[in-house]
Ligand binder design. Structure first.
Ligand code: HEC
Length: 449
């Protein structure tokens, strides 16, 4: 039925797939499935926002890339799908216990939590409590078989665009000190229009956060609501790594050392900068910088055995990357990239340049990477040493097999159509978990004998 209708709206569907799907999900049904339309849902409202864009929210203007009649075709297509939704039954029909096979391993997905908006980050304590954030600004803890408990005492977050409550990690000594870290988009105190990425640390007592404070606030604050980065890990030496995106201002920040944007940062557990950071003694450089030239890294993972940190980051249109994150290295954004502008225009001709690192892999078209896990658990013997990346756009989990030199020698698409994948993690219990959006759910990947 949907197919038949889209036939009547000319090139609308093809244009949507080419120009819009990269950010708004490849399935237009997911795009239109929203409680309210911030810019209005009439034909003229949608036309206007597509033509003129909404810069602060990260919606590009298509006035130059598309003609008015092309824009009208996309808008008609979107309206047709909205109409279709009103009359159709949208029960997702998703079976919560599905069996998959990968490398001869039989795997089952178990639903661990639902009723979440966007499970942006998660972590697990040694006693088996799963902690997960909801981007809207909530933090939950959940023991198996029990109801989730909402934790109180959180910082106020900017919940708009790509901003909100993001990642959650525990101090390595959490069993004793109950210290918990949250990354989030923080509003500037004396200027409502500006926000940035920050880390809030607190002590968990019962279901309350106590003695909380911001231990790190990225500079400068910006007026956009996108590219906050925000993934955190702690390595085996106790250093905390945080990613911060370029905030949509690629020419201003990622290649300069006087700011934290478009960087991977390395901090002590109290938020201060370790003295052996690469630019600690560089005049006018931010001491927290570990690597630069990043766009919007929303995945970060750690291979403890080899002491390697990896990130994945969204490219523009095409050019999502996985990088081995090394001390002092420059990953080239926006000087080199495998991507182009969303509107189809060029960013640069350069794919490589001396002094700038090549990614371990890149994706064209973009899969919109988010969340990342390095598999070391014995529970998945055939996946050991593999890197998993979530795909927001294509609704699956991507598995990369690397050789000793970090070259991708094999890849696999796992759990197709499972949902917009936001987070993926190997937890303290050795199981892999991932979170999807629309509707928000967390699954555990359980190997079957
Ligand atoms: C670079 C990513 C990106 C691309 C590409 C993109 N958009 Fe958007 N768009 C956004 C963001 C971010 C928002 C604001 C958040 C949201 O509403 O999803 C937005 C908002 C919108 C809105 C307003 C939604 C509302 O609630 O009022 C419409 C309509 C829209 N986009 C249509 C399109 C169409 C049609 C295309 C393709 C021609 C497109 N977008 C391409 C990122 C993008």
């Amino acid at each position: 039925m949907l197919e038949a209708q889209s036939e009547n709206v000319g090139q609308g569907k093809a244009l949507y797939n080419e120009y819009c799907a990269s950010c708004h999900s490849k399935n237009v049904k997911d795009f239109i499935d929203r409680e309210n339309w911030v810019y209005g849902d009439s034909r003229s409202d949608i036309f206007k926002v597509v033509k003129e864009g909404a810069d602060l929210d990260g919606m590009p203007a298509y006035a130059e890339a598309l003609s008015d009649s092309q824009i009208a075709e996309v808008v008609d297509y979107i309206l047709a799908v909205i109409e279709d939704k009103k009359s159709a039954d949208f029960a997702s029909g998703q079976d919560d216990d599905i069996v998959f096979v990968s490398e001869g391993m039989k795997l089952k997905l178990e639903l661990v939590a639902d009723n979440i908006n966007s499970p942006w980050g998660m972590t697990q304590s040694n006693d088996g409590r799963l902690f997960y954030t909801d981007k809207s600004g909530k933090l939950f803890s959940k023991s198996d078989g029990a109801d989730p408990v909402e934790i109180q005492g959180l910082p106020k977050v900017v919940y708009r665009g790509q901003g909100g409550l993001m990642d959650v990690i525990l101090h390595p000594d959490f069993d004793r000190n109950n210290r918990i870290y949250l990354s989030y988009s923080k509003r500037k105190e004396d200027d409502e229009d500006l926000s940035t990425t920050a880390i809030y640390a607190a002590i968990l007592q019962g279901d309350q956060l106590k003695q909380g404070s911001d231990i790190f606030v990225a500079e400068p604050f910006e007026e956009t609501f996108r590219h906050y980065g925000s993934r955190m890990i702690i390595d085996k030496d106790g250093y905390l790594f945080l990613t911060v995106g370029d905030r949509g201002r690629r020419d201003e920040y990622p290649q300069k050392l006087d700011n934290h944007l478009g960087k991977v940062l390395r901090l002590n557990d109290d938020g201060s900068a370790p003295e052996d950071n690469p630019f600690f003694n560089t005049p006018n450089a931010k001491k927290e910088i570990y690597s630069l030239g990043h766009r919007n890294p929303q995945g970060l993972c750690y291979d403890a055995a080899n002491h390697r940190v990896y990130d994945n980051e969204h490219g523009p249109r095409g050019g999502d990357e996985i990088n081995l994150v090394e001390k002092g290295a420059n990953y080239g954004w926006p000087v080199i990239t495998y991507g182009i502008n969303y509107t189809g225009t060029k960013i640069t001709d350069l794919r490589e340049k001396e002094g700038m690192e090549q990614p371990l892999r890149y994706w064209v078209p973009s899969i919109a990477t988010c969340g990342m896990a390095f598999v070391s658990s014995n529970k998945y013997p055939k996946w050991k040493g593999n890197i998993l990346s979530g795909s927001l756009k294509f609704d699956y989990l991507h598995r990369d097999v690397l050789d000793e030199n970090g070259k991708v020698v094999k890849e696999e698409k796992l759990f197709p159509n499972i949902g917009r994948m936001r987070s993926v993690l190997q937890c303290a219990d050795g199981f892999l978990y991932f979170g999807v959006e629309d509707p928000g759910k967390i699954y555990r990947i359980v190997p079957l004998r």
